[in-house]
Design a binder for this molecule. Structure first.
Ligand code: SAM
Length: 456
């Protein structure tokens, strides 16, 4: 049952229809949606598109790569899911795509911060939107930063840097980002239909605490936004205290201007305004749209300065010999720079090296660019990240597995192959899953131990 105090607090809010709202929660209807990885779609062989067969699906109207599935398949047992062909994402939150289209458009080389990023739904969307940009994907909780890193690696994007920092750490990067997304921790009422047990954790007291935390997070991170930069704020809560009231607080305390969007009336998204400063917000009610409860708003910063960073920080770079050796193993495009993290060689687009140096000085970086591998004497040990990236794989032997063998591989169990000796890329449906090393008497499976499928 929905908390009566929540229902009471929503009476009078634009778009709230008590009967329809309660009915849609009782119905328990489940909406399943995925967002395709545009960078990997062309690689997938036609006959392997079974799970992501979109012939019967309808498009999510506000995100060009989003689709509703007619039923919820077992994603765990779809190798393409593990290969980063798509991300299972709630449809309402894909509206971020439309918001970016209307506020940023096609501006190039944007530096973007996704401040509350785990498990990575918004970050993978941002990486696909800003293909020539740099996405800093941050999660403050260490254990959640691990799943975020995993999802970003599987997405295969070379433009994501994963960090594990507190929002206030970003104050050291004054006027650095063009876009900051705060997908704030919230009381979670928007997901009650999907997860009815979450109702038990809801309380008015928690709504208040969340609202205060949301204000603190926004205040902590705003100095890192550039003049004219865009701040996007979202929650999956229906509570005005966490939505419109936070917008009012942001306008008042942080001196930003609200952005209004043009929203197609057929989408049934409800435009609202905050009480005091008339800041625009967009509400998603599950009885009106095909998706879960969501709230999103955008602001433009009006009192910042241009990027003030020019000083160089130290990153470790490989020597000439090591670079030559690396290039003999991988045909790395000239647009990439190579740097080192411990022994591992990593690649990032040359244009982002200065930004990375600045970030490295101030933040705890869990992952930047793509880990290529390690040179050991005359050998090159390729990394898993290289396998699922789209960089320089042409020089490696590759084999295509059946679905059965692909699942065995993803479980780190045995399967047979007549692949040649040495490092071989394992593929399913044309998409790389990871590495094996074929030895004279056995095959070593290099799929990351901690990501293996545990279910049978
Ligand atoms: N953006 C994510 C996505 O699309 O997949 C979902 C983010 S979830 C709504 C909010 C995140 O904020 C959680 O991962 C949570 O761990 C993190 N968080 C919790 N407390 C926080 C705090 N005080 N500051 C910043 N982030 C926090």
């Amino acid at each position: 049952m929905l908390p009566p105090q929540l229902i009471q607090s929503l009476e009078g809010i634009k778009g709230f229809n008590r009967k329809a709202f309660e009915d849609v929660h009782i119905s328990g209807e489940q909406v399943t949606s995925i967002r395709l990885n545009p960078e990997k779609q062309t690689l997938i062989e036609q006959e392997h598109r079974s799970t992501v067969d979109l012939r019967l699906s309808t498009a999510v109207p506000w995100c060009e790569h989003g689709f509703y599935l007619t039923e919820r398949p077992s994603f765990t047992f779809d190798p393409l899911f593990h290969a980063g062909a798509y991300y299972v994402q709630e449809a309402s939150s894909m509206f971020l795509w439309e918001m970016l289209k209307q506020t940023i458009g096609t501006s190039s080389q944007q530096k973007v911060l996704d401040l509350c990023a785990a498990p990575g739904g918004k970050s993978t969307l941002l990486a696909s939107y800003f293909t020539d940009g740099l996405v800093v994907s941050n999660e403050v909780i260490k254990s959640r930063a691990a799943i975020l890193t995993e999802n970003c690696i599987k997405w295969g994007a070379d433009n994501i840097i994963v960090t594990n920092n507190d929002p206030k750490d970003f104050q050291r990067l004054q006027n650095f980002f063009d876009v900051i997304v705060i997908d704030a921790p919230c009381s979670g009422s928007g997901l009650f239909r999907k997860d009815p047990t979450a109702v038990n954790e809801w309380s008015e007291e928690n709504v208040k605490l969340c609202s205060l935390r949301q204000q603190r997070i926004a205040a902590d991170v705003l100095p890192a936004l550039k003049q004219n930069g865009i701040l996007i704020y979202s929650t999956c809560s229906y509570s005005k205290q966490e939505d419109e009231d936070v917008l009012d607080w942001i306008v008042e305390e942080l001196k930003v201007a609200s952005c209004r969007l043009q929203v197609d009336p057929n989408w049934k998204i409800v435009e609202v305004e905050s009480d005091k400063h008339k800041a625009f917000g967009y509400r998603f009610y599950p009885d009106q749209i095909k998706g879960e409860g969501f709230f999103i708003a955008a602001f433009r910063k009006t009192n910042g300065e241009e990027d003030a960073y020019h000083q160089e920080q130290t990153l470790q770079f490989p020597g000439k010999q090591e670079l030559l050796q690396l290039r003999s193993f991988i045909p790395l495009p000239e647009t990439y720079a190579v740097f080192k993290q411990a022994e591992a060689l990593r690649a990032i687009k040359e244009i982002w090296v200065t930004a990375l140096k600045q970030l490295a000085k101030h933040l705890y970086i869990k992952k930047a660019g793509v880990e290529l591998g390690t040179i050991k004497g005359k050998d090159f040990i390729p990394s898993h990240e290289l396998a699922v990236s789209m960089i320089g794989l042409e020089s490696f032997a590759a084999i295509e597995l059946s679905k059965e063998d692909a699942l065995q591989y993803l479980k780190r169990k045995e399967f047979s192959t007549d692949a040649p000796k040495g490092w071989t890329l394992v593929k399913y449906g044309g998409l790389p899953l990871g590495w094996i090393k074929v030895l004279p008497n056995r095959i070593n499976n290099y799929y990351p131990q901690e990501w293996r499928i545990l279910k049978d």
